[in-house]
Design a protein around this ligand. Structure first.
Ligand code: ACO
Length: 323
């Protein structure tokens, strides 16, 4: 059967670091409060004029280099973002043009913090169906542009960044020994749309709006949904938690990561954690964390890697891949 092998990965973070102490000069908060509740110590913020597509382009160049591929090899771009450059065209189309690609499809996916898992699963299905041979899957965000910088309950949580992977079609045996994506699971439950949302948009308000969140409620749903979707991926493959070498989770909050690990019996030392330095970068957080763990040698060829995320919608999902 056809498998989507992750042939390379890359990431990009804006230069500007914003520490908790710097935020405490603007809103009534403290480094102690933010670290204790979230694990976040600093986040990166895009420069004036630096757009989501710019972050995505830098991550894509690195992913292509890492895969030993050129833009001409790519026949599909799926870009996950909740902070596109413009309402339309898709930021994926802008990245396509910036890469000099003129063939194949390019579109955005909007599943907020679950966006990268949705994009990965979508590209995997295009590849398995034979409609794509090499896909660029990107998560890129400039959440700093939709934050209410006077709301201490949300502005301390998020950051900007981008990550990307190149998926290539490869023949597999159809067993868990294959390299590539072994399983993916996507969910949504729109009944909870008002627990985490942006209060603006072209059709409703003709404006961009700001992020609004009921933190406690989101926290509660996150641990339940993430634990369930991890179990679902393990069940679908017949794998056990101890078979997984690395968990690359969406980086929302250290307490969500710890709570989910406890509930699923995952060894916390297998969890890749970047939230303390990146904050929550929404759709970018999984490929940012993945790239870091590949570059520093933790994730090695043959390793089993489990991805999971949950975000506004609500949406949530998981995937398992052999590196
Ligand atoms: N600094 C200091 N005090 C604060 C801050 C802040 N930055 N933010 C809120 N507070 C105060 C509140 O005003 C409140 O004060 P009060 O008791 O006087 O009213 C107090 O702290 C407690 O507020 P809660 O919102 O109940 O605090 P909680 O313990 O729930 O922590 C947090 C808030 C960190 C947002 C938590 O609910 C959380 O992590 N939720 C998950 C949200 C999340 O990660 N969302 C990301 C998107 S979804 C996803 O990616 C999975």
């Amino acid at each position: 059967m056809i498998r989507s092998v992750i042939a390379g990965c890359g990431s990009y973070l804006p230069e500007r670091r914003v520490t908790n102490d710097e935020l405490a000069e603007k809103v009534d908060t403290s480094d102690e409060w933010i670290v204790a509740r979230t694990g976040i110590r600093e986040r990166r913020i895009a420069a004036d004029g630096e757009k989501t597509s710019d972050l995505a382009l830098a991550a894509s160049h690195e992913a292509l280099r890492d895969a030993g591929a050129g833009p001409g090899d790519i026949d599909l771009i799926v870009l996950a973002t909740a902070t596109p450059n413009l309402t339309f065209p898709a930021t994926a189309a802008t990245v396509q043009a910036d890469l000099g690609i003129t063939r194949g499809a390019a579109f955005d996916i909007q599943a907020v913090c679950t966006g990268f898992i949705y994009a990965l699963a979508t590209a995997d299905n295009f590849i398995k169906a034979g409609q794509s041979k090499a896909a660029l899957v990107i998560g890129a965000e400039t959440f700093s542009r939709i934050l209410d910088w006077e709301d201490r309950g949300t502005c301390v949580l998020f950051g900007d960044g981008a990550g990307a992977v190149v998926l290539t079609a490869s023949e597999g045996e159809g067993t868990n020994a294959d390299r590539g994506i072994l399983t993916s699971h996507l969910h949504a439950d729109g009944r909870h749309h008002d627990l985490l949302y942006v209060d603006g948009g072209p059709s409703a308000t003709q404006s961009t709006g700001h992020l609004r969140m009921s933190g406690r409620e989101v926290f509660r749903h996150a641990v339940v949904n993430l634990s369930a979707v991890i179990d679902e991926a393990l069940e679908a493959t017949g794998l056990k938690a101890e078979d997984i070498d690395w968990i690359v989770p969406h980086q929302a909050n250290k307490r969500i990561l710890d709570g989910t690990a406890r509930k699923t019996g995952i060894d916390p030392s297998k969890i890749i954690v970047t939230v303390e330095r990146h904050g929550n970068t929404s759709a970018a957080s999984v490929p940012l964390a993945l790239t870091e763990a590949v570059r520093d040698g933790r994730i090695k060829p043959g390793d089993l890697v489990l991805f999971e995320a949950m975000g506004g919608g609500f949406t949530w999902g998981s995937a398992i891949a052999r590196w």
